[in-house]
Design a protein around this ligand. Sequence first.
Ligand SMILES: [Zn+2]
Length: 214
Amino acid sequence: MNEKLRARCDDLFSDVDAKLVKKIWSRIDNEVGVKQVLGIVPRGSIEPFWKDDPSAKSLEWSMEQSGDIWFHSNADLVLAVTERVRRGDELALHGFYHSNYQEMTREEQKTHIELGIKYLVNLFGIKPKYFMAPYNAFNEDTTNICRDKGLIILIPWASGDGAQDTKEVIEKLRWLVKNYGYQNPVPVSYHPHSMAQAKSLNSLIQILKIMAKL
Ligand SMILES: [Zn+2]
């Protein structure tokens, strides 16, 4: 087990297939042996436009609120994540919505991050360790809020599926190291929906194996 490296699973929305993620996770377990950081979006999939959604307006929500964009509406996925967390994988908030935090006010960011923590604590009984900004887009407000809430901002060091604008992400990483002394795991990010093809999963495994040797 490589203690420093992490497979960063982005975009765990309610519409993600639990069978697919379990297949991905077991191949990574068997062939690489790294922990997962599971990036959950309580109110995904890709947007409802959050400003029009009443759930974004207050800190009040309840598990009785249903509808298929709530993460907990996918019971198989909740169970799959619960099992992984019990075995030592780490939990991340990947936005309350999959929204761009650079385009949100400080208050909006704070409300969403508080909502997200509350949601994950209710669902899994533990606080997320990380905040993974959707699109890796965040600013100084995000950093300060996360620090106040005890969340570490996690930035991918490499992409397992070519989804990142690497140059921009590296700039963010530099900025974080310079201003906040970033001393965290080394995450390789990937998106479950891109892993439906065997070819993509094979290449993710290859990248993880290379990173595990560094
Ligand atoms: Zn994402």
